[in-house]
Design a protein around this ligand. Structure first.
Ligand code: GRG
Length: 322
């Protein structure tokens, strides 16, 4: 991929999505290979558990986290579909699927629909949905370690797994979700922008920032580049969640694939609640400028190849309809 060729983002997205879908499909079928450990890996058993896991992993979705990971590696290596980032890209989709399953449970967001079909617990029941999420959480780390260890140095694999745990756990997505719950139904007096930013940064931003950081890490980026890629992902994450807040207000069930208007109904702390639709859009503009500036800094380092996919992915994140 060189910058003197015409870049077709639609084609780029379709090719990367196809690649990720193919890998996930094959991974979730189970390899039935044995490890030194006495259990089979990906045994496919119990069948109902694997069916529930597959139901959510293989149900489409934009695959933006996986593609961001891949695009970040490609931006540095110039290798299309850089193999070194593919296991991590897939692991991200497993973690994301797990978070959607748990998020939809009656004890959290209580949503009956996801990606245009019944949510996991509506098909498999709450207990199985909970357990499918738990299994996917561990499956993600296993996939990442097993499939990366022959492609990149072991120390990089360890750093990436550690960062994934951080982005997913109490300091990342789970912590953000807990504060999201804590502030749901709060009175206007208790709400401020810092709290909101802190929730979005962890609940949604941590995984997206991990996606760009890990792609760069697996392609051998130095510390300066790593922090720039992490920053770009963080800004994209914030913009992605503000767009989500807006879509919850302006979108419809058929396009969103999930129930709209839930934030307002549950009195959730969102950008729209705090600043109104126009105010949320203003903040989105501000973040877009910051993200472009970070891409400029990445370019100025003189170590990247083609940044157009990342640029387009940002635009896609804020102009999406679902
Ligand atoms: C048990 C580790 C663990 C975590 C569970 C439920 C939970 C903690 C966290 C919720 C995280 C969450 C669902 C955040 C919302 C992020 C978001 C905007 C999701 C929608 O992502 P898209 O639009 O979905 O990328 P698709 O369907 O396109 O993949």
């Amino acid at each position: 991929m060189t910058t003197d060729t015409i870049f077709d983002f639609k084609e780029y997205l379709a090719l990367r999505r196809g690649l990720i879908e193919g890998r996930l499909e094959s991974y979730m079928q189970g390899h039935k290979k044995s490890l030194c450990f006495s259990y089979k890996t990906n045994s496919g058993e119990p069948k109902v558990l694997w069916d529930a896991m597959r139901y959510s992993v293989l149900s489409g979705g934009k695959r933006i986290r996986a593609i961001l990971c891949l695009a970040s590696a490609e931006a540095l290596s110039g290798i299309p579909a850089d193999e070194r980032a593919l296991p991590c890209a897939c692991a991200l989709e497993l973690i994301h699927a797990m978070s959607l399953i748990h998020d939809d449970l009656p004890c959290l967001d209580n949503d009956d629909f996801r990606r245009g079909r019944p949510s996991n617990h509506k098909v498999y029941g709450e207990a199985m949905a909970l357990l499918a999420g738990d299994a996917l959480l561990m499956q993600a780390s296993q996939l990442l370690i097993e499939e990366s260890k022959n492609l990149v140095p072991a120390s990089s694999v360890l750093d990436v797994v550690s960062a994934l745990c951080q982005a997913t756990g109490a300091d990342g997505m789970v912590g953000g979700q807990v504060d999201d719950l804590n502030y749901t139904g709060a009175t206007d007096k208790q709400l401020d922008e810092n709290t909101l930013v802190s929730i979005h940064r962890r609940k949604t931003g941590a995984l997206l920032s991990f996606a760009t950081w890990s792609g760069a890490k697996l392609a051998g980026a130095d510390d300066v580049m790593l922090s720039l890629f992490a920053k770009f992902g963080e800004l994209l994450g914030m913009a992605f969640q503000i767009t989500d807040d807006l879509l919850d207000t302006t979108g419809d069930m058929a396009t969103l694939g999930k129930t709209p208007g839930k934030d307002e109904a549950s009195n959730k702390l969102t950008f729209v609640r705090l600043f109104g639709i126009d105010g949320a859009k203003e903040r989105l503009n501000e973040i877009s400028k910051q993200a472009k500036a970070v891409l400029g800094e990445i370019k100025a380092q003189g170590k990247s190849k083609d940044l157009r996919p990342l640029e387009s992915l940002f635009e896609y994140a804020i102009n999406r309809v679902n």
